[in-house]
Design a protein around this ligand. Structure first.
Ligand SMILES: NC(=O)C1=CN([C@@H]2O[C@H](COP(=O)(O)OP(=O)(O)OC[C@H]3O[C@@H](n4cnc5c(N)ncnc54)[C@H](O)[C@@H]3O)[C@@H](O)[C@H]2O)[C@@H](O)CC1
Ligand SMILES: [K+]
Length: 550
C-alpha cells in the first residue's frame, strides 16, 4: 500500500537517515534523488539523447537535486540550459558541492549555466528557449514551498505553463510541482491564473507520496506521479507510522475483494436492508438498493414508508420492497417492525431520501439504539443525527458514516475552510471522536478506520460523478461490500465500495463521455469493473474451465 507523508515526516526521515545510526551523507541522498529523476523521467520520455532541456534550479535543496539531474542527463546525451536561481553562498553544503561539479561540465555547446532573468531581453530569451526546447525540468521548489509564489519564480512558472499550453514542451517536476503545498494540496494564489502553480506532465517524488500530490487542487498539477525510495533505508520508510495515510490502488482492492467461492449461494452474500426514502424522494431509496444489487448482494430488501411503497414496488424485480406503516415518512411507531426484522439482516443502510422530519429522527434513534448489525448512515440520516455523538459512539465502531463535505461540515461543526485546510486531520479527528468508520465524500474521497485511525485516500472517480444520486448508489454498494465473502472489517468494505464506485464512474466516463452518465449506469458497469479486478487473480482450482476456454 502506498504511504502518504507530510513534509515534516519527510524531514524527520531525512534527518534520521543522515544523522541517526544510518549516517548517510547528505550529498549521497541528493545524488540518489537527482539520479532517480534522470532515470525515471528518461524512461518515461524514451531517453534523453538529442533532447533540448531547460532546467530551473531554485535556491533550496530542490534546486540541489536539479544540479544532479543536469549532470546525468548531459551524460545521457541531452543539451541543457540550467537556470541557477539561488546565490552560490546560500546553498546547503551538498547542493553547493553538486553545483561545483556541474560548473566543471559547463560549456557553450551542451551545458549552459545561467542566472535568473532580469532584463526584458533576458525574459525574451527565456521564452524563446522554452519554445525551442522539448523538456522543462522544474527543480525550483519542493517541500519547502508555502504561501504564494514570489518573483521571479511566479513569472518563470507562468512562462513554463504558457509554453506547455502551446504544446511545445513536456514538464517534469522534481519532488513537487512548484507552487503546490506538499502538506495540503493548496496551490499558489488559489484560483487566480496569475502567480499560480506549475502544471507538470510528470512528477518524480522522493521517499513516499506527499499529501499535496493526492489532494486537490495540487493533484491536478502533478500529472503522472512516480515515487522513488532514493536509497532511504527500508526500516525508515516503514517507520512512517505516526498518523499514517495511504493511497488506495487497484492492487489493494484486489486483495480485499476476493473471488467468490464456487460453492457459495445467495445466503453467503448477505441480506442487505435499505431502510430509507420518503414520498418526496423514492428515487434515492431505489438507487441505493440498485447499488447493492449490482455489487453482488445475495438479497436486497428495501423498506420504505407505507405511502412511498407504491412508487417503489415492481420498479426493479430483484429488489424486495415493502412499505412500513402508512405515512410518507418514517415515524417512531415504525421502528419496532424494523428492529424485529433486523435480526435476519447482515447490514442496514439508512439515509438516502429519508427526509428531515422530527418524527423520522425519533425513528432513527429508536432503531439505532436497538439493532445489532452493522449500519451505514448517509444523507438525511446524518443531518438528523448531527447532535447524537454519544449514541453513535456507543455502537462500538459498527457504523460507517458517509457524509459529503457540506454534511460533514454540519455534523462536525467545522467550517468548509477549516476542513479544506487539512481534510485528512479533520476526518481522522471526527472518526476518533464519534468512534465511526468515516467516508468523507469529495475529490478525493477519504476513508478513516474507526479501529486504527488510518486514513485511505481514494484514487478513482471523476467530475462526471458530481451529480445527484451518485452518493445513494455508493451507500448501497458499501452496504453490499460489508456482506462480501471474506470481507474482514467495515473499513475494508468502505474502501472497496468507494474505490469500485469511482472505478465504475471512470469506466462510464470512458464509454459515455466526461459527464451526463447516470448513477444507475454507474452501478450497472460494476460487474465489468469487478471482472477487470479479477483478471490478474488466479481462479480457485474448481473454477478453472475443464475444456476449452482460456
Ligand atoms: N536531505 C534532504 O532533505 C533531501 C531533500 N531533497 C530535496 O529537498 C527539497 C526540500 O528542500 P528545502 O527544504 O531546501 O526546500 P525547497 O528547496 O523546496 O524550497 C526552499 C526555498 O523555498 C523558498 N520559498 C518558500 N516559499 C516560497 C514562495 N512562496 N515563493 C518563493 N520562494 C519560496 C524558501 O525561501 C527556501 O529558500 C525536497 O523537496 C527535495 O527535492 C532531496 O535532495 C532528497 C534529500
Ligand atoms: K519542484
Amino acid at each position: 500500500m502506498q504511504k502518504i507523508t507530510t513534509a515534516a515526516q519527510m524531514r524527520n526521515m531525512d534527518r534520521i537517515a543522515m544523522h541517526g545510526v544510518y549516517a548517510m551523507a547528505p550529498v549521497v541522498l541528493m545524488e540518489n534523488a537527482g539520479h532517480a529523476v534522470a532515470e525515471r523521467a528518461g524512461a518515461w520520455l524514451d531517453g534523453w539523447d538529442g533532447k533540448d532541456v531547460v532546467l530551473f534550479c531554485g535556491k533550496g535543496n530542490n534546486g540541489g537535486d536539479g544540479f544532479v539531474i543536469a549532470r546525468h542527463i548531459l551524460a545521457a546525451g541531452a543539451r541543457v540550459y540550467v537556470y541557477v536561481l539561488g546565490k552560490e553562498e546560500d546553498y546547503s553544503d551538498e547542493a553547493r558541492q553538486h553545483l561545483h561539479t556541474l560548473q566543471q561540465l559547463a560549456d557553450e555547446e551542451t551545458c549552459l549555466l545561467l542566472s535568473a532573468p532580469q532584463s526584458d531581453a533576458d525574459w525574451q530569451l527565456l521564452q524563446k528557449r522554452l519554445l525551442a526546447s522539448s523538456v522543462v525540468i522544474d527543480a525550483m521548489l519542493g517541500t519547502g514551498f508555502h504561501g504564494s509564489l514570489r518573483q521571479p519564480l511566479a513569472s518563470i512558472v507562468a512562462e513554463v505553463n504558457a509554453a506547455a499550453a502551446a504544446g511545445a514542451v513536456t514538464v517534469i517536476a522534481v519532488d513537487m510541482p512548484t507552487g503546490v503545498n506538499s502538506d495540503t494540496g493548496a496551490v499558489s494564489n488559489g484560483d487566480d491564473d496569475e502567480d499560480g502553480p506549475l502544471f507538470a506532465d510528470m512528477t518524480v517524488t522522493f521517499g513516499a507520496l506527499k499529501r499535496g500530490l493526492v489532494l486537490y487542487p495540487g493533484r491536478a498539477c502533478a500529472g503522472h506521479v512516480e515515487v522513488d525510495p532514493i536509497g532511504m533505508p527500508g526500516p525508515l520508510l516503514m517507520q512512517l507510522e505516526e498518523n499514517p495515510a495511504y493511497l488506495l490502488q487497484e492492487s489493494d482492492i484486489a486483495e480485499i475483494v476476493v473471488p467468490r467461492s464456487p460453492d457459495s449461494h445467495k445466503g453467503t452474500h448477505g441480506t442487505i436492508a435499505i431502510v430509507t426514502g420518503s414520498s418526496q424522494m423514492a428515487g434515492a431509496a431505489l438507487m441505493a438498493a440498485h447499488g447493492a444489487v449490482r455489487s453482488g448482494a445475495g438479497k436486497v430488501f428495501l423498506r420504505v414508508p407505507g405511502a412511498t411503497a407504491p412508487y417503489c414496488i415492481g420498479v426493479q424485480p430483484e429488489i424486495m420492497v415493502r412499505g412500513v406503516g402508512t405515512g410518507d415518512h418514517f415515524t417512531a411507531a415504525d421502528a419496532d417492525e424494523i428492529i424485529a426484522e433486523s435480526k435476519n439482516w447482515s447490514v442496514l443502510a439508512m439515509g438516502p431520501g429519508l427526509g428531515r422530519d422530527a418524527e423520522t429522527k425519533e425513528f432513527l434513534l429508536k432503531v439505532l439504539a436497538a439493532v445489532t448489525c452493522p449500519v451505514v448512515l448517509d444523507a438525511d440520516a446524518l443531518n438528523l443525527l448531527a447532535g447524537e455523538k454519544a449514541l453513535i459512539a456507543s455502537r462500538g465502531s459498527r457504523i460507517i458514516m458517509t457524509p459529503h463535505l457540506a454534511e460533514f461540515s454540519r455534523i462536525s461543526g467545522l467550517s468548509m475552510a477549516e476542513i479544506k485546510a487539512d481534510p485528512i486531520a479533520a476526518a481522522r479527528q471526527f472518526a476518533s471522536e464519534w468512534k465511526v468508520n468515516l467516508v468523507l465524500k469529495g475529490a478525493p474521497t477519504l476513508i478513516v478506520s474507526a479501529k486504527t485511525g488510518n486514513v485511505y485516500v481514494n484514487s478513482t472517480g471523476n467530475a462526471g460523478m458530481a451529480c445527484g444520486g451518485m452518493g445513494d448508489v455508493l451507500t448501497g454498494m458499501i452496504a453490499a461490500m460489508i456482506a462480501h465473502q471474506g470481507m474482514s472489517d467495515l473499513c475494508s468494505a468502505a474502501c472497496a465500495g468507494v474505490y469500485l464506485h469511482g472505478a465504475a464512474g471512470d469506466a462510464c466516463r470512458k464509454d459515455h463521455g466526461p459527464y451526463g452518465f447516470t448513477p444507475m449506469e454507474t452501478a450497472d458497469v460494476l460487474p465489468q469493473v469487478l471482472a477487470s479486478l479479477e483478471e490478474d487473480l488466479a481462479l480457485p482450482i474448481l473454477q478453472q474451465p475443464l475444456i476449452g476456454g482460456k
